[in-house]
Ligand binder design. Structure first.
Ligand code: ACO
Length: 385
């Protein structure tokens, strides 16, 4: 907190409670994260991602029939739409995939006829927004998968109706059916990334929604916020660090240099959790299953060495991006695809917040304290009489 004459400024809004939410509860004291009351670890261990999405949107886990309905709707919107593909193809291969996905969501938004017309209709009804949320969540895997394939010079893979969300996502990315253990680890990561109260991207979505703008604009803005390495971009950045270090034996020397240069070590630290991120043990367990599945003890050794060394030196603990980065790498995703995977998951939380914000809206418009030059005047200016 800094003082500015008579006002107190909460830099970065740290510690500020901006509103209520019934979607998730983060408790750094007990190191717990609840989605609609359920511990995220329990959801990750027992639920398909589709059920978690349903829970975030509707407040309750789906019945078998409701889950089947959501799955059917998701399958209806899984294929990459021609206009979205055409828009992606216009982008240079050097475009960052986050920009590619942001553009694709923009195209989907602009093509949604239910949002056409006056800005006065932009916010949409609760029913329209739920339908838009489902369609976006359904469309994102194809966008992310196609992006990676395009960069690799590979052809689009059409979705498979016999596969559920996580398995189909991996199918569309790699063009082969993933082993069950891989699908399970990936599904868990999707659940862990889905929601986290008023993080920067979700708050961005709520700010945009508070002006009565549309859901797609809120998601496009949220993607922009997520891209930064202090937020979602950290899972990509973690992998760059792993690549830079190379092997466990080199951790100490690498860290000496990085800390001497005052570098931030990506994948560590959190604004809310100061004693460890509640999601890390579950994601680390998923990473361990992948390490075993792919027989890559070297990855676990590097992970443990960097964590042990950094925590003992700085007392700053890993966040979710630390285990998810190497996990996505083992599954075969390109490093640049990691943060788009975060979008595919977090879109469920963002859209739940869009609907919650809309339901009890107040324009989000904080104040600022001025610290510029004192009032001054244009030489020779004579005010009108
Ligand atoms: N590496 C090195 N030092 C760190 C790190 C880190 N990863 N994280 C915090 N610190 C240090 C800061 O340098 C600062 O030190 P100082 O007081 O000597 O200046 C102190 O710890 C406090 O850090 P802040 O950045 O001020 O704390 P804040 O609460 O704003 O930061 C943040 C949270 C931005 C996540 C920070 O820990 C960070 O930059 N981490 C790396 C990026 C990252 O992993 N982001 C992912 C977030 S989780 C998610 O999006 C899923």
């Amino acid at each position: 907190m800094t003082e500015n004459s008579t006002v107190q400024i909460q830099k970065g809004l740290a510690g500020v409670v901006a509103d209520m939410t019934a979607i998730s509860k983060v408790n750094p004291e007990t190191n717990s994260l609840l989605y609609r009351g359920y511990p995220v670890q329990e959801l990750a261990a027992t639920q398909p991602f589709e059920a978690v999405a349903y829970l975030l949107w509707n407040g309750e886990l789906p019945s078998a029939e409701q889950l089947a309905e959501l799955r059917a709707e998701e399958r209806r919107h899984r294929a990459l739409a021609d206009n979205v593909r055409a828009a992606i193809d216009l982008l240079p291969l050097s475009a960052h995939p986050m920009d590619e996905v942001r553009t694709a969501v923009s195209v989907i938004g602009a093509s949604d006829v239910s949002g056409a017309g006056s800005v006065l209709d932009a916010a949409g009804s609760p029913e329209e927004n739920l339908a838009r949320s489902v369609r976006l969540y359904a469309a994102l895997p194809a966008i992310v998968a196609y992006g990676q394939r395009r960069r690799r010079g590979e052809q689009l893979v059409e979705p498979r109706d016999d596969l559920d969300y996580a398995a189909n996502f991996l199918w569309m990315t790699f063009g082969e059916e993933a082993d069950e253990v891989v699908v399970d680890a990936f599904n868990r990561s999707m659940t862990l990334y889905a929601e986290h109260s008023f993080n920067a991207s979700t708050f961005t979505a709520r700010v945009i929604t508070s002006t009565l703008s549309d859901l797609y604009s809120a998601v496009v803005g949220a993607i922009g916020a997520l891209k930064g390495p202090l937020h979602g971009g950290a899972n990509e950045a973690v992998m760059h660090i792993f690549d830079e270090i190379g092997e466990a034996d080199k951790v100490v020397a690498w860290l000496d240099e990085a800390l001497a240069e005052k570098r931030k070590i990506m994948g560590f630290g959190h604004r809310v959790y100061k004693r460890g991120d509640s999601r890390v043990p579950t994601m680390k367990a998923a990473l361990d299953t992948l390490v075993e599945h792919y027989d890559r003890p070297d990855v676990a050794a590097l992970y443990d060495a960097l964590e042990g060394e950094f925590v003992s030196r700085k007392g700053i603990y890993p966040n979710l991006d630390y285990p998810s980065g190497p996990a996505y790498n083992l599954i075969g995703f390109d490093t640049l695809t990691f943060t788009p995977l975060f979008i595919a998951s977090r879109v469920t939380g963002w859209t739940a917040h869009v609907m919650e914000q809309t339901a009890s809206n107040a324009l989000i418009r904080p104040l600022s304290a001025y610290n510029g030059v004192d009032e001054r005047h244009i030489d020779g200016y004579v005010p009108d009489a």
